[in-house]
Design a protein around this ligand. Structure first.
Ligand SMILES: [Fe+2]
Length: 264
């Protein structure tokens, strides 16, 4: 595939010159097989308005393997509960890939903020992707093994909440407030630990916030084991919380801050 490079401001931009046969077929422009994109654009405005700039692999989300949790037999979180939850996680992975695929060829014609297929795909893509990522954070911060906060995490919890025990009380109370998630993370803008509540996967976690602990409070996370008794589930979650992982995530966040410079 031939490519050209041009400069926009200080940035070099690689442009794809040729469309593939598959792309042409998908666009319903069979007559222009072998033509360049530039030529296609001149010959058919539809090509320019339906071919998006998304590049890369379509199936870029590959499910992580959390079956080891079933072997751990966590106290208070049954294998039946975890198995059903993992099925849901796999569905989010599949849907995230599906929506990314659809966005590659979505129509750019007539888009607007009231309704457009592109708008719906953009919105629901963030829902599916966060549904996958938050579940990975969640399953990965569970274990039946004994663990405790490391020095850095203990210090950060004490600084922000007074003590680890007070943080746990705060976490459980937050879990009772929300309908989807409680996410604990390092706030790069304010330079301290923070807790944010989410009623769905794709809302209310601010930018520059690096998650280090994910608590799923959707009913699907505990209904099999506890019915509607969320308090008992929250006790079980804390009992199986992998403090080692949470501490490592904090260390990584502090070492490799992903937030933008707050003054920018
Ligand atoms: Fe979940």
């Amino acid at each position: 595939m031939s490519k050209t490079k041009e400069s926009i401001g200080n940035y070099d931009v690689i442009n794809k010159d040729f469309v593939t046969r598959r792309e042409v077929l998908m666009l319903g422009a069979a007559a222009v097989v072998g033509s360049t994109l530039k030529e296609n654009t001149m010959a058919s405005p539809n090509v320019a308005t339906t071919l998006t700039n998304l590049q890369g692999k379509v199936n870029s989300y590959i499910a992580k393997d959390f079956k080891y949790l079933l072997d751990e037999k966590m106290a208070g979180l049954s294998n039946s509960q975890i198995e059903q939850h993992l099925k849901l996680y796999h569905a989010y992975i599949a849907k995230a890939n599906d929506l990314q695929s659809k966005l590659k060829t979505v129509s750019l014609d007539g888009v607007n903020p009231t309704y457009a297929p592109m708008r719906e795909l953009l919105l629901e893509s963030s829902y599916a992707v966060n549904g996958a990522i938050y579940h990975e954070l969640y399953f990965n911060n569970l274990t039946s093994k004994e663990s405790k906060p490391n020095h850095e995490l203990t210090s950060a919890l004490e600084e922000r909440f007074g003590s680890t025990d007070k943080f746990i009380d705060y976490l459980k109370a937050s879990g009772k407030c929300m309908r989807g998630w409680v996410i604990v993370g390092f706030n790069m803008r304010a330079s301290h630990l923070d807790v944010f509540g989410l009623d769905t996967h794709n809302m209310w976690s601010p930018a520059n916030f690096v998650p280090i602990l994910a608590l799923d409070v959707y009913e699907h996370a505990y209904m099999i084991d506890y019915g509607i008794d969320r308090a008992k589930y929250l006790d079980a979650f804390v009992k199986n919380l992998n403090w080692d992982i949470v501490g490592k995530r904090l260390n990584l966040a502090l070492k490799n801050p992903t937030g933008l410079e707050s003054t920018m």
